[in-house]
Design a protein around this ligand. Structure first.
Ligand code: AMP
Length: 422
């Protein structure tokens, strides 16, 4: 017989996936989590985990409504159900990609908030509509339950004007909202606070560079707890090269491709978002593990892809140290940042000029729970901190629904199960 509890549900509704986590109300435990992947595509599957028990099933999932049916079935009616019915869910937190320059913080969802979120969809046409669909589905299925929305862009609203306004005609900024917005803000906010906790110092005393190195990449300058510059800009392909996204390049290349090579704008867009980055240079894979392996096996283009990745990160760390007038901590997170000692080592090599020095023995021991990899003679702390965007969303949901700002104790998190982070 299941014990009936009240829970906080976290939803990350993407274009072809739905991820969920169910926390107990004081956020000390993730009771269950799951993923419905390849929604509306061939090969849809669902994964669900409760405690140590895991289930994976391949089944057609036609659309997002069907995906929510699967989620509810997993949580409430399956062999691994953790609650009896929908009444157990007391609050729902949602990830949203783009909050424009309207949302500086997470917020409780109201009709007005939804209208503003719809308006922001012009900046994230692939993501915001799915995020909105997830919120609307939850409002229908769980009437009366408060929904909170947490924006990837909100943390970067503190970036000052000189760093977020492009030197284009000013009206494009003031009238059309064309500016640097940044992404991965939920991750950077979580990781910067966790880094301060590890260092046992107030966040307000620290200048940090957060290296969120995953399939998507953000470098973020966090001065005294506030984001003051960030590598992604208006679109999500700029900054550091990513799995399939180009990172920064000279926009004159776009004119050249359109005028001289006869490419359509749609083709150029696909080139920037889907055919560039690690994949474009290596011609082999968008997956850093595979690219590093091939580079070590002697593949020159894979080696170049890694070289470009490392170089752009190093250069940006230096720029952000200058922008903040100093650096106290360098923090690695996300798939590559957390798992690749080679990339961390190569990024840090030569940053002694800033005071960054790592201990290679500690760098190899991160997986055994050693987050601080700084050498004894370093003046900058170098840390490896696992990101947890869902927990950050849960913390904000807790704060906004309960009105309490107290930080709940650490959770007994479930082990990661998914090879695929969507
Ligand atoms: P994320 O988007 O945070 O899930 O990160 C995905 C990226 O992390 C992919 O490029 C993976 O290849 C990369 N990754 C995961 N583990 C490793 C590893 N041990 N070495 C290098 N890259 C890794």
């Amino acid at each position: 017989m299941k014990e009936q509890k009240t829970m906080i549900l976290i939803i990350n509704c993407g274009s072809s996936s739905l991820k969920y986590q169910l926390y107990n109300p004081d956020l000390t435990e993730v009771a269950a989590k799951g993923l419905i992947a390849r929604i509306g595509e061939s090969g849809s599957y669902t994964e669900h985990q409760a405690g140590q028990m895991r289930a994976r099933e391949c089944r057609p999932v036609a659309d997002h409504k069907a995906a929510f049916d699967v989620m509810v079935g997993n949580l409430m009616h399956s062999d691994l159900a953790v609650v009896d019915d929908a009444r157990a869910i007391t609050a729902i937190g949602h990830r949203a990609v783009h909050g424009g320059d309207v949302f500086m913080d997470s917020t409780l969802v109201t009709d007005t908030v939804l209208e503003e979120l719809h308006a922001c969809a012009r900046f994230a046409p692939l993501h915001n509509p799915c995020n909105i669909a997830g919120i609307e589905e939850c409002r229908r299925r769980f009437p009366g339950v408060p929904n909170v929305v947490v924006f990837d862009t909100a943390f970067h609203q503190s970036v000052p004007r000189e760093a977020h306004v492009y030197a284009l005609p000013y009206e494009l900024y003031s009238e059309c909202g064309i500016r640097r917005y940044g992404f991965h803000g939920t991750s950077c906010r979580y990781v910067s606070k966790a880094a301060a906790d590890i260092l046992n110092r107030p966040l307000e005393d620290l200048d940090m560079v957060i290296c969120h190195l995953g399939n998507g990449v953000t470098l973020d300058a966090v001065k005294q707890g506030r984001s003051v510059d960030t590598s992604i800009g208006f679109g999500t392909f700029c900054g550091i090269p990513m799995g399939t996204r180009s990172g920064d390049f000279d926009p004159a290349i776009i004119f050249h491709l359109v005028k001289e090579r006869g490419m359509s704008l749609e083709e150029v867009e696909a080139l920037c978002y889907e055919k560039s980055g690690l994949l474009g240079i290596s011609g082999f894979s968008n997956d850093m593990r595979e690219v590093v392996e091939q580079a070590e096996a002697g593949d020159d283009r894979c080696a170049l892809a890694v070289d470009i990745f490392v170089y752009q990160i190093k250069k940006t760390i230096g720029a952000y140290a200058a922008a903040m007038d100093g650096l106290d901590a360098l923090v690695f997170t996300a798939g590559i940042g957390e798992n690749s000692k080679e990339i961390r080592s190569r990024v840090c090599a030569g940053l002694g000029v800033l005071g960054v020095r790592i201990d290679e023995r500690l760098n190899s021991m991160v997986r055994n729970g050693y987050p601080n990899i700084s050498a004894a003679n370093a003046s900058v702390a170098t840390l490896v901190v696992p990101t947890d965007e869902e927990r950050m969303i849960a913390l904000d949901t807790f704060r906004l629904v309960s009105g309490e700002t107290r930080v709940p104790p650490p959770i007994a998190a479930l082990e990661p199960t998914y090879a695929e982070r969507v």
